[in-house]
Design a protein. Structure first.
Length: 452
């Protein structure tokens, strides 16, 4: 990276950034309080609030959102008449899954092979640190040239929409000229990328009941309806033979017009085992950015260890459905529920419960903010031009902000390149990406302040 004062400042702050990320990762801030203590999330929220206060933010507050979690808000005033930029990240994290599969403890930031490992290191506690680094670099080099609002969500990974509901009830709070969502990432490390679309998300719990109680499989098997077998058939109906998602009435033929994704590169990024096919057909980018994708996230069933020869009276599963831009999530909810009911065999009783949902998002990339970001990325990543990519994941807040503030420009950047393995075991962040993206954000804020 060519020498410039902002980049030099960020580089000098990286040891402090590592210390702070270590502190933040240590909080087991999973917003599922049946699994992890609420105090862990509250501790992370207070850490973010204290960090904002230390940087001179005003009106710092822990917002009690309708889903029972807290989001952290702060306001840093800029020059009179300046534009307002909202910086978003979230401090909650996914559960670590199988902790024994982690090479190092998931809640202890550990450096290994040039990367920093820990749950939330990239998604999205690293995003919190990125925002802090960018602001510190600007303060050390002439000051922050815009008004800054920061919002750090406490339940993004749960998809329960607490912050979205809070924002809709308090529309003035997050109003801004531009929103920078720090919860996306580069297409790959070293390739500066903005995410121009997100798929929407549906979380639905489906329960099948067939008997008043479990039965002996020898005495009744062959005639008694098995709720677990019925559920398996229901879940299998969500996939065609080639693995394409099939929800009755939901189109699955979208095409992505943008950055291509090579099949072999995708296999490497996804760590697909040798000899195992990719699912679906047509281009990978179409499948992951422009089409729906159903995933069985969990099943309540007897574990293999300790299982008895019994026919199951009841069974349930949590189904996730990613919905591409252009498809209304409310309509997709109806189609998914109708599909699950229609494909339940043997007249078994089925019930569906909507757990969470969020609309898909498509950005307007022709706006001045994107020009300012492209210029910033060209400096932070010499020799590289800004790329546009989709993202198969969901950030429900995006569409809520777009609806609340229709004139606001929304950009999605972040630290979650493929090697980060977010949501999986051994999540990590590249400190080089953290450094470069922090420089990018600082330069963007300066460029944007000067744009018309």
């Amino acid at each position: 990276m060519p020498s410039n004062p902002v980049a030099e400042t960020v580089a000098s702050l990286m040891p402090r950034a590592k210390e702070e990320l270590t502190e933040l990762v240590a909080f087991k801030s999973v917003a599922d309080f049946d699994q992890y203590p609420r105090s862990e999330s509250e501790g992370a929220a207070n850490w973010v609030a204290d960090a904002l206060r230390a940087e001179g933010f005003q009106d710092v507050a822990l917002l009690d959102t309708p889903d029972g979690t807290q989001s952290v808000y702060g306001y840093l005033p800029g020059p009179e008449g300046a534009k307002t930029v909202l910086l978003y990240a979230h401090y909650d994290v996914q559960p670590p899954l199988d902790e024994t599969a982690w090479v190092s403890p998931p809640f202890e930031l550990t450096e290994r092979d040039g990367r920093w490992y820990g749950r939330g290191a990239a998604d999205c506690k690293g995003g919190v640190i990125m925002h802090l680094l960018a602001l510190r670099a600007l303060k050390a080099n002439g000051g922050v040239p815009v008004h800054i609002k920061v919002i750090a969500e406490g339940s993004e990974e749960m998809g329960t929409g607490g912050l979205q509901q809070y924002a809709e009830a308090h529309p003035e709070l997050l109003a801004a000229d531009t929103v920078v969502i720090g919860d996306a990432g580069n297409f790959r490390a070293g390739l500066p990328t903005v995410t121009s679309s997100l798929r929407g998300m549906i979380l639905m719990r489906v329960k099948v009941d067939a008997l008043e109680g479990n039965l002996h499989s020898g005495q009744f098997g062959g005639a008694a309806p098995d709720a677990l077998a019925a559920l398996i058939r229901v879940l299998d109906s969500l996939r065609a033979e080639d693995g394409t998602t099939t929800v009755d009435g939901l189109a699955s033929d979208g095409v992505w017009d943008g950055l291509a994704y090579d099949d072999e590169q995708f296999r490497e990024d996804a760590k697909v085992l040798d000899g195992v096919d990719l699912v679906g057909s047509d281009a990978v980018a179409d499948r992951i950015w422009a089409r729906p994708a159903a995933t069985v996230l969990g099943i309540d069933a007897p574990p293999v260890v300790g299982a008895t020869p019994s026919i199951q009276a009841s069974a349930r599963a949590l189904v996730g459905l990613r919905v591409p831009p252009g498809v209304d999530v409310q309509q997709a909810v109806k189609l998914l529920e109708a599909h699950l009911v229609a494909h339940t065999p043997w007249g078994a009783r089925v019930s569906c419960e909507l757990i969470g949902h969020g609309q898909a998002f498509r950005a307007d990339t022709s706006s001045p903010a994107y020009e300012a970001m492209a210029a910033a990325m060209a400096v932070a990543y010499p020799g590289q031009e800004m790329q546009y990519a989709g993202h198969g994941g969901s950030i429900p807040l995006c569409n809520a902000l777009a609806a609340l503030y229709p004139t606001a420009e929304i950009l999605l950047i972040g630290l979650s390149e493929p090697e980060a393995q977010i949501h999986a075991v051994n999540e990590s962040v590249s400190p080089e990406e953290l450094e470069r993206m922090s420089v990018t954000e600082a330069l963007f804020l300066r460029n944007y302040a000067e744009s018309r």
